[in-house]
Write a protein that binds this ligand. Structure first.
Ligand SMILES: Nc1ncnc2c1ncn2[C@@H]1O[C@H](COP(=O)(O)OP(=O)(O)OP(=O)(O)O)[C@@H](O)[C@H]1O
Ligand SMILES: [Mg+2]
Length: 467
């Protein structure tokens, strides 16, 4: 059977199974055990275990003949019960007159007949003539097929099948209805309790789903949660702490490695410069520059994640002025590669809150990529709009929609035919996001890639705020 996944359904099923056993099956068995150990008055047990069944059999045997005379018929049940209980006596009396019905035992009726003026509803007694001192008789007023009557039984003995009868009798219509109602009510309570009890867990789940590598310091508060969930919350918090420590160690390792590599690279650069000018020297110089760039990129990444506030500058920066300087620096590089680099920007300033080095790093990365992608003699366009958006537009192969989600991942590269590490765009995204901005890629109309960097614009600079 498939395990029940819903906690409320599980609670209800277990409760119904448990209560069925507790209400209907356990009491007869416990009673039996107590009787066996003689923990209670034998008479009480005799009543509950044997005579209840005996009385029902006698009551069911009551009939009325054509003349209206009532009598106890010898039914199959009565015959087999009497056969199994040799000392069994029984009688039925009319209510009011206490007249014994035909078929009643002569030993039992006389006492009750003498009780004129008394309507005895229930009684236990012992016949003095009986040498078995534990033998008990019971009298009860009962509903029978021919109306109310007093049923008297005496000398029933306990048999094992009485237990099954007792269990069977406990499944009466009345018991079933009252059990059904209480089961319904408790099921509703279980539903409400589970739903309400687990509501804080849903809030916690929403909180946990927000946690990413930048918010690993968060911990889940266990205050509002049911106590039973504390071990789970503790485990989640411990796991978060471990992951946080691990990530911090990794970041430190990257930062330290990059930092340690700086000095040998500087030494290497100086040594290479001393080499005789040959084509091999130029190749080695290019390789060393590449290694230098990678190490610097790794350092920037480590710096960004260590100090999340690094890129958000306290003072506004004029984006247009920054872009003019960046494009001026990179235009010769583009020309060397037989491409053009152009800037399109409003004549006035556009203010954003960002450090200049961060903007330079983002835009440099995008322009480098665009120059690489742009076909020979093409034009890479850098456009700034008044809404604090930078667009870097090329007309190269563009980026397939399926790859647009991956290009910002560290070390992801489209192919090995161009030089690069695959860190440029991931650094650009980290920086843009740290400046409360965003970065996205679209297709250039007519083909190519357009990278869009958006920043929240800030109010015009007041006179007191230095740039
Ligand atoms: N303008 C573009 N046109 C086409 N593909 C691009 C463009 N910009 C980036 N890509 C693709 O995205 C990949 C990742 O770019 P990213 O800048 O992160 O790394 P890289 O340029 O390969 O190396 P790095 O920037 O670290 O030197 C590139 O390898 C390239 O395949
Ligand atoms: Mg790049």
């Amino acid at each position: 059977m498939r395990r029940l996944r819903s906690l409320s359904t599980r609670l209800i099923v277990y409760w119904i199974a448990g209560s069925l056993i507790t209400f209907f099956i356990l009491p007869p068995i416990l009673n039996l055990l107590m009787s066996a150990l003689a923990l209670f008055e034998p008479a009480t047990n005799l009543e509950s275990w044997t005579t209840r069944r005996a009385r029902m059999i006698v009551a069911d045997a009551l009939r009325q003949d054509a003349d209206g005379a009532k009598f106890i018929a010898m039914t199959d049940d009565l015959r087999s019960y009497a056969a199994a209980n040799p000392a069994f006596r029984y009688a039925a009396l009319e209510i009011g007159t206490n007249t014994p019905l035909r078929g009643s035992s002569h030993e039992l009726a006389p006492f009750f007949q003498r009780l004129e003026g008394f309507d005895m509803h229930a009684a236990a007694f012992h016949l003095e003539s009986d040498p078995n001192l534990d033998a008990r008789g019971f009298e009860r007023t009962m509903h029978t097929p021919i109306g109310r009557a007093k049923i008297i039984v005496y000398g029933s003995q306990f048999h094992w099948d009485d237990v099954f009868y007792q269990i069977y009798a406990s499944f009466s219509a009345f018991n079933m209805v009252s059990y059904g109602l209480s089961a319904g009510a408790l099921s509703l309570i279980a539903l409400v309790v589970v739903r309400r009890g687990l509501a804080p867990l849903r809030a916690v789940a929403a909180k946990v789903s927000q946690i990413d590598v930048n918010s690993l310091r968060q911990r889940i508060p266990a205050d509002d949660l049911p106590m039973e969930l504390s071990p789970f919350i503790d485990a989640v918090n411990t796991a978060l702490r471990r992951v946080d420590d691990g990530v911090a160690r990794q970041k430190r390792f990257t930062a330290n490695s990059a930092h340690e590599l700086r000095t040998p690279i500087t030494v290497l650069t100086t040594r290479v410069e001393k080499l005789a000018a040959t084509p091999l020297k130029l190749d080695i110089q290019r390789d060393v520059r590449r290694i230098h760039t990678i190490v610097e990129q790794l350092l920037v990444l480590a710096q960004i994640s260590e100090k999340p506030e690094t890129a958000a500058a306290p003072n506004p920066l004029d984006l247009v002025e920054a872009l003019v300087a960046i494009v001026a620096d990179l235009a010769p590089v583009a020309l060397d590669n037989h491409r053009c680099l152009e800037l399109e920007a409003p004549s006035g300033p556009i203010y954003i809150r960002a450090y200049r080095w961060a903007i330079e790093s983002v835009v440099d990365n995008l322009i480098e990529n665009a120059i690489r992608a742009e076909p020979e003699n093409g034009v890479v366009l850098v456009r700034a709009t008044a809404g604090a958006t930078i667009e870097v537009i090329d007309h190269g192969p563009g980026i397939a929609p399926a790859e647009r989600g991956m290009i910002f991942e560290p070390f992801w590269r489209g192919g090995d035919d161009t030089p690069g590490t695959g860190l440029g765009l991931s650094i650009a995204r980290e920086l843009a996001e740290k400046m409360q901005g965003s970065i996205a890629v679209e297709e250039t109309p007519g083909g190519g890639a357009t990278f869009l960097v958006r920043f929240p614009p800030c109010e015009a600079v007041s006179a007191s705020e230095p740039l």
